[in-house]
Design a protein around this ligand. Structure first.
Ligand SMILES: [Zn+2]
Ligand SMILES: [Zn+2]
Length: 154
């Protein structure tokens, strides 16, 4: 029985919007896709590092905001850091940051960003993650659409 084992390995159904999500690297351009490209909700699967799948929690993780993560790669396109999604587990309040995949809906990413502007997340601060605020709008648009706010809106 070898039917479709490669193609379907890692595919999952979103626990929030119930869409079938493909984990194929070709589509998402990230390894270890762990969130839904449509609603951006994730699942608490990893314990120590991305992709280890060691967490016993398995609860849904809500996208609560965006952050910028600096990498050590000197060739990276964005000197301020790469735009990342911040997820919080609805069950154990665990916080994780995740790369935005190539097929994630930019409108959904933007919606998460805007909804994060009027709430405070003290537990996120405690982990040392700086949530993006209204002053970071240019960085968000530049990374999502390749142009700044004015160019994207007008
Ligand atoms: Zn979903
Ligand atoms: Zn959890």
């Amino acid at each position: 029985m070898r039917t479709n084992t490669m193609a379907s390995f890692g595919d999952f159904r979103c626990g929030n919007c119930h869409a079938l999500v493909s984990s194929m690297h070709m589509l998402s351009a990230v390894n270890n896709r762990n969130h839904c490209p449509y609603c951006l909700w994730s699942c608490h699967l990893d314990l120590y590092s991305a992709g280890d799948r060691l967490s016993a929690c398995k609860a849904k993780m809500k996208p609560v905001g965006l952050t910028l993560k600096k990498s050590r790669n000197k060739y990276q396109l964005n000197p301020r850091g790469e735009l990342m999604l911040v997820h919080i587990c609805t069950d154990c309040n665990s916080v994780s940051i995740n790369r935005i995949a190539a097929d994630d809906d930019p409108e959904s990413v933007l919606a998460v960003y805007h909804s994060s502007l009027d709430v405070s997340h003290p537990f996120v601060d405690r982990k040392g993650i700086r949530m993006l605020h209204a002053g970071d709008m240019d960085a968000v648009y530049t990374q999502l659409y390749g142009q700044n706010v004015e160019a994207a809106l007008f």
